[in-house]
Ligand binder design. Sequence first.
Ligand SMILES: [Zn+2]
Length: 268
Amino acid sequence: MRVSIDTHPGGTNPNEDWVAGTSTLAIVLDGLSTAGLNTGCRHGVPWYVSQLGSQLVAALAAPDRTLAAGLAEALERVAAMHPECDLNNPGTPSATVAVLRHRGEDLDHLVLADSPIVIEGPEDYSVITDLRVDAVLPQLRAEVEKHETDTPEHKEALQRFVHAQRQVRNTADGYWVASASPEAAEHALTGTTPLREAQAALVMSDGASRLVTEYGMATWPEVFATLRAGGPRELIDNVRKVEATDPTGRRWPRYKSGDDAAVAFCQW
Ligand SMILES: [Zn+2]
């Protein structure tokens, strides 16, 4: 497998996305926003995603290990790296996970929360994503989206939303993300696609997929054409150009003006 990667922060804060490609793996992690609230961890979200990503690559070095088992092991290893932090804090650093693995004649996938994988088949595109996060707290989400991103009302509504999300995160009533417990790995969506049914694949954070899913400014065939012509950087540049036409989220209400974006484009 040949993987081209790129990632770019959405604003002036450190990038909380993480991406890696090897000859058998493409991994994207998207750290969840803390909205400035307490996390109980002195390391921070960029540290968390880089450690989790690295441990995931290590845990999946054994090709016979399932992706979910590898994720569970990586979560355990990262938790053991900062026992001095309060890992029971509901705001402990958390991330979405999307993994694609080339194994023999197959492609295995795992998604946990809303970083999607798109597989380009001979005739159509399969979008693999876990949108359980979108089903919770619709009123608080609507409140955030009512305000433009540069207003104090937006910031306050976002903090209320994130605070409430933390109460249902990694519970049976809410949605699952990578956090401090290996249990979340059992809730990831996994599957396998025969390699012959895939011409190419794209693993990305929602900061990149929103060009299609939220902004409606490109189709998946156009995205794959962009990737073949200009690589992941051109795709991310296209997202930024679209966001620059709507800097405060008037046309496309959102949590921030630009979201961190990470892209891994896979070919064979
Ligand atoms: Zn920590």
